[in-house]
Every structure is written in structure tokens, then in C-alpha cells.
Design a protein around this ligand. Structure first.
Ligand SMILES: C[S@@+](CC[C@H](N)C(=O)[O-])C[C@H]1O[C@@H](n2cnc3c(N)ncnc32)[C@H](O)[C@@H]1O
Length: 207
């Protein structure tokens, strides 16, 4: 919790108690997992990076620093909980947060006139969400050719059927998949899972 304040941690925990399925974790991820989420992500000028399920923003400073280093690159965070969104807007006034569901990603991009994203970095508890398949296939559809979807999987849930379904879905959906080394300095420890859209895929046209 090094990048979050204690108040953020408590706020997060209270939201978890109120809605365990959608919050999906007892406490925010660490900066070590955040670093693994963006490792080797090469951005080009004008690229768009999306963050899914931003929560209290434990990945956000790491992603924002990467985006700020590239001319014209842009960030959009999507978070469905109004309370989290309000705190995110106060903490990161320079960033754009949509208080919406990631299932609506195509219309959120179109409304802002944003091009197909280079990367979608997800903090969603995907294996607990009934729309996991829709979220992953829609992410692949809106990404630019060669773009990447990244998520993480906790150590203790790795052998569960939900985590197995997620890994199979990533393999079925993306041209290439891989995973990071286990990030031990996170509670619980986690692997980053990565899916890359085919470089030769047709570019998605926004409505
Ligand atoms: C485990 S928290 C992740 C927080 C942070 N990224 C981290 O890793 O510490 C998951 C977040 O996803 C949000 N969420 C769940 N389903 C969502 C959906 N369909 N669209 C947008 N946000 C969603 C929840 O409100 C919650 O804030």
C-alpha cells in the first residue's frame, strides 16, 4: 500500500465490505505490481492508455508517469463506483476519469474522440465478474493492432476454475499471451497476464 494513503486503504476496505464481488480485493495493489503492469510497455506519441477498475488509484501514478513522458500520449481511467471516481478526480486533477462501466469502452472512446488505445491495463476482479468474456473480447476489439491488454491473477486463485477460464479466454482472444514473474511484494502475490492483439489485425473504427 506504499503508493496509497492509509485513508485510501480504509476507504477501499469499506467499499470491499459493501460490494466484495465488484471490488474483488481486500486492499489496493502495491507499486511493485504497478511497475510489473507497465514493464516494457513502449508508447509512441499520441498513444492512448486506458486503466480499467481504477479503485483508489494504486496503479495510476505509475501509468500517468509513463504517459506524461511521451508527447501527446493520453490517459483515460474507467471506474464504475462514484465514490472512487470522486476521490480520483480530486487526487489526479490532470487526468480524465469516466464514471462508467468498462463494458461501455467503445462509446467512451468515441465520445472523447480518442483513437484506438495502445494499452488497456486492468485492475478489475475479472474472474468474479459475470461479464468477463464480454470485457476481454471488447478490449481486444477496441485496441489498436499490436496493442496490449494486461491484467493480474493472484497466487491463491491461480488453480481455481475462474482463473483457468480467464487464462483460456486470453489465449483464445489474443494473438499472443504471456505472464510476468510472480510479484511477491504485493498482497496477495500476483502474476501480470498479458494479451497482445495481432499486429496485422484490422484497425477498429470508432462509431
Ligand atoms: C480490485 S479494485 C482495483 C483497484 C486498483 N486498480 C488496485 O489494483 O488496487 C477493482 C475496481 O474495479 C471496479 N469495477 C468493477 N467492475 C467494474 C466495471 N464493470 N467497470 C468499471 N469498474 C469496475 C470496482 O469498483 C473497483 O474499484
Amino acid at each position: 500500500m506504499a503508493t496509497s494513503t492509509m485513508a485510501d486503504g480504509l476507504f477501499f476496505f469499506r467499499r470491499f465490505l459493501g460490494n466484495p464481488r465488484e471490488v474483488g480485493a481486500l486492499c489496493p495493489s502495491t507499486r511493485h505490481l504497478a511497475a510489473a503492469m507497465v514493464r516494457d510497455l513502449a508508447l509512441r506519441p499520441g498513444d492512448v492508455v486506458l486503466e480499467y477498475g481504477v479503485g483508489t488509484g494504486s496503479f495510476t501514478p505509475t501509468i500517468a508517469a509513463l504517459v506524461a513522458a511521451v508527447p501527446g500520449a493520453r490517459y483515460l481511467g474507467i471506474e464504475r463506483e462514484p465514490g472512487f471516481c470522486e476521490r480520483l478526480r480530486a487526487r489526479f486533477p490532470q487526468l480524465d476519469f469516466a464514471n462508467d462501466q468498462v463494458e461501455n469502452v467503445a462509446s467512451l472512446l468515441a465520445a472523447r474522440g480518442l483513437p484506438a488505445p495502445r494499452a488497456i491495463l486492468s485492475g478489475l476482479p475479472l474472474i468474479l465478474l459475470p461479464t468477463m468474456r464480454e470485457i476481454v473480447t471488447e478490449a481486444e476489439r477496441v485496441l489498436q493492432p499490436g496493442g496490449e491488454f494486461r491484467t493480474f491473477s493472484y497466487l491463491q486463485s491461480w488453480p481455481t476454475s475462474g482463473a483457468f477460464r480467464l487464462r483460456r479466454l486470453l489465449r483464445e482472444t489474443f494473438a499472443d499471451t504471456s505472464r510476468s514473474a510472480l510479484v511477491l511484494r504485493n498482497f496477495p502475490p500476483a502474476w501480470v497476464l498479458r494479451g497482445q492483439k495481432a499486429r496485422g489485425a484490422a484497425a477498429h473504427r470508432l462509431a
